[in-house]
Design a protein around this ligand. Structure first.
Ligand code: ATP
Ligand code: MG
Length: 236
């Protein structure tokens, strides 16, 4: 498999007159790419702008799976296979684990169908809790369900916004280990994180954001050893 799944060029985004994304270029192939950056740097805005969710307003070019989708509505781009796991999980209190998965499941003509049962194979913890309300799960289980809910739409690329946020280290490892399996299964991942350790578990490449711009790019192996850059942009 070759070629980029996602290609973003000259992406700007605005909340009213506030110019938050200032010309972002990025590509994601069949791999996991991490976007790292501190609070308020524009990471969530970037994912929303790629998907065309409002706010913000955006300007630039988005190509996904070979097509220019810039002028397409978000639901079309989602159907084309762009999955989104939002920051804070955004589960429904009135739906059980199983209902979250069944209601969202959307079969496609791809090789593999991510059914609710396939999600339970990936996250056996969820199978045991299938009748429980999504919001009564532990933080780790909620994140697994948020990922599962995106997986059953059979995405080609998953954009995940800070999946490690608020999780204990053991849960972070569990969730990110599953992400590695997804990449092995052919799903590209654009992973937004503040937690470098979490990103290191799965991403092969890193982009660093500072006030709405990508200011640094490197292979993860190189970035992990670049203490000066890590300190300058992430404070670690
Ligand atoms: N709905 C909104 N209306 C106006 N300004 C916003 C809105 N959402 C975010 N912003 C501003 O845009 C900037 C980027 O915010 P964004 O949420 O994209 O950052 P982030 O990198 O995801 O931060 P965090 O790590 O805290 O989630 C911030 O200055 C923020 O205050
Ligand atoms: Mg955010």
């Amino acid at each position: 498999m070759t070629g980029d799944v996602l290609s973003v060029k000259g992406l700007h985004a605005y909340y009213g007159t506030s110019h938050v994304l200032q010309g972002v270029d990025l590509t994601v192939g069949h791999e996991c790419v991490a976007i790292l950056g501190r609070n308020g740097m524009g990471k969530t805005t970037l994912l929303r702008a790629i998907l065309g969710l409002s706010p913000p307003k955006r300007r630039g070019t988005i190509r996904f799976d070979g097509d220019d989708v810039t002028k397409r509505p978000s639901h079309h781009v989602a159907r084309r296979g762009l999955g989104y796991v939002p920051q804070g999980r955004r589960l429904f209190p009135s739906l059980s684990v199983h209902e979250h998965l069944v209601i969202t499941h959307r079969q496609t003509d791809g090789h593999r169908d991510w059914t609710p049962d396939a999600v339970y194979d990936l996250f056996p913890e969820l199978a045991e809790r299938r009748r429980v309300s999504g919001t009564r799960l532990s933080g780790g289980e909620q994140q697994m369900l948020a990922i599962g809910r995106a997986l059953v739409t059979n995405p080609k690329l998953l954009m995940m916004d800070e999946p490690s946020e608020g999780l204990a280290p053991v849960a972070v490892e569990r969730v990110l280990a599953a992400c590695t399996k997804l990449v092995d299964a052919g799903i590209a991942i654009l992973l937004v994180e503040q937690n470098l350790r979490a990103a290191q578990m799965v991403a092969g490449r890193v982009l660093v954001m500072l006030t709405g711009q990508v200011v640094h790019q490197a292979p993860m192996a190189e970035f992990a050893l670049d203490h000066e850059t890590k300190k300058r942009y992430l404070g670690v």
